[in-house]
Design a protein around this ligand. Sequence first.
Ligand SMILES: CCS(=O)(=O)c1ccc(CC(=O)Nc2ccc(-c3ccc(CC(C)C)c(C#N)c3)c(C(F)(F)F)c2)cc1
Length: 246
Amino acid sequence: HSLRNIDELCASIVRSHRETSQYRVEELHALRWKLFNREEIQAYQSKSVDEMWQHCAIRLTEAVQYVVEFAKHIPGFRMLSQNDQIALLKTGSMEVVLVRMSRLFNTENNTVFFDGKFAGTEVFKSLACGDLITAVFDFAHGMCALKLTEQQIALFSALVLINADRPCLEDKGRVQRVQRSVEFGLTHILHRDNQESLMHKLYQRVAVLRSLCSLHMEKLRWFSQRYPLTAHSLFPPLYKELFASE
Ligand SMILES: CCS(=O)(=O)c1ccc(CC(=O)Nc2ccc(-c3ccc(CC(C)C)c(C#N)c3)c(C(F)(F)F)c2)cc1
């Protein structure tokens, strides 16, 4: 890797992250005190379990679609086979959504940007998934504590996605080469930012991310058994394709 194309690699991943984020950090910062009022919280809490699940699945799927766009602009991702691209997105897109969620989190009042305003955990009560929501909020809190820059989030998101250890990859070697170039990019910018110590903290976050996503899948399996009609006919097709283990 000559430095030139490592800088180009980082620049294209950062550009893609910026272009595929629904909101810029400045916009979210300006909205951070826009909280749901009592009536709005009441309205969410009076939704039935399946209504709230469907509502959240739609929101999550929107966020995932931006991650799919982000992936397509990671240098080397499009050179992978269709099946390998889908395999990486199937297991990695939720992880990247959760990494991105940390940008939506306000640690001062423990709220996250959802449906246009900042919501506390009480908004999600009717999901009957308190442990998952708590885990999502805790993860976002932990990510905020690292005070990552947008560039660091962009490279970390790309590294979370391009993982050669994902199951059922056709050409593991090719994914490994793309993964190594992204790893090189992340270490390059951490070195430039004089923050090499962040690298092992980021790998620790990956372990938490894995458990969070398997908790999400476990809850989805529980929900699909309890509300098969909603899960099979009212969830966004992309959500089912990526997360329903069928
Ligand atoms: C920051 C990147 S961006 O692209 O700009 C962007 C990206 C997203 C947004 C707004 C947005 O969609 N927030 C949101 C959406 C869903 C959820 C959510 C809801 C319920 C669940 C559990 C359920 C499925 C059983 C889970 C999970 N797991 C996640 C959340 C939050 F996690 F907070 F609850 C927030 C705004 C800008």
